[in-house]
Design a protein around this ligand. Structure first.
Ligand code: ARG
Length: 258
């Protein structure tokens, strides 16, 4: 039969591709140290945690990650990506680490390895004039959230919400509330505080916590060597006062987990 060799070579090609894909392995901490540079991905649209000041990527998490890397004796190469692409990129070995305000969830922990949390926070309800404050107030309301976030997951759990509108960027979810296209926006407490302070004319007010969460950076699933070194460096900057200085600069308080 003529088709057999063809099928065989096709099967071999598929097998070779699969072998190649699974060979795309996360860099070990030793390999990263040898290179002298860690590749870290963030979003850059979530002030004051990660954002652009002109062309410069900055923010609390950017500075914390730089301090962690410096402790490890590493330079940082930053990549800025859409929020949805960040954790997936760890699998394809596109970057070594992600720091973008990800809450530690069971679901995410199936796909990535989280480092120790670098801050604690929660999702809050924001509305015009503070009309809506609690989960109960969201009944029959239209709520905006950023796609792929714990805000979306937690709003979905609230009974009776009329509609959840998803936006690729949190800033657009906020704009939807400011322009009256939705009744409430659910986002991070510190992000909301910053946005409200910068745009007092919008008349937005922060209500209650919908949920609380621990925020951590992530590495490829099972890259425990790298996670361990990140944890050590985080503990060191939390012990020597440099974490506290960065936190005070952005929040006028220390936002580490108690
Ligand atoms: N804390 C939320 C979560 O875990 C939102 C994170 C959004 N981060 C960002 N860089 N836009 O999903």
């Amino acid at each position: 039969m003529k088709t057999v060799p063809l099928l065989k070579s096709a099967a071999l090609a598929v097998a070779a591709t699969l072998a190649f894909v699974s060979a795309a392995q996360a860099r070990t901490v030793e390999a990263i140290k040898k290179d002298g540079k860690i590749v870290i991905a963030t979003e850059g649209q979530f002030a004051p945690f990660n954002f652009y000041q002109g062309k410069q990527l900055t923010g609390f998490e950017v500075e914390v990650a730089e301090a962690i890397a410096a402790r490890m004796g590493l330079k940082v190469e930053w990549k800025a990506m859409g929020f949805d692409a960040l954790l997936a990129g760890l699998k394809g070995d596109r970057w070594d680490m992600v720091i973008a305000s990800h809450g530690i969830t069971e679901e995410r922990a199936k796909a990535v390895t989280f480092a120790d949390p670098h801050y604690c926070t929660g999702g809050v309800v924001v509305s015009k004039g503070g009309a809506l404050k609690s989960a109960a107030d969201l009944k029959d309301k239209v709520v905006s959230v950023q796609t792929g976030t714990t805000y979306l997951e937690n709003v979905k759990k609230v009974a009776g919400v009329k509609q959840v509108k998803n936006f690729p960027q949190d800033t657009d979810a906020r704009a939807a509330l400011a322009s009256g296209r939705v009744d409430a926006w659910v986002s991070d407490k510190f992000v909301a505080l910053e946005a409200l302070g910068k745009n007092p004319g919008d008349g937005l007010k922060i209500g209650d916590f919908l949920f609380v969460e621990r925020i951590a950076s992530a590495v490829a699933k099972g890259n425990t060597g790298l996670a361990g070194e990140i944890n050590k460096a985080l503990a060191a900057i939390q012990a020597d006062g440099s974490y506290a200085r960065i936190s005070e600069k952005y929040f006028k308080q220390d936002i580490r987990c108690a």
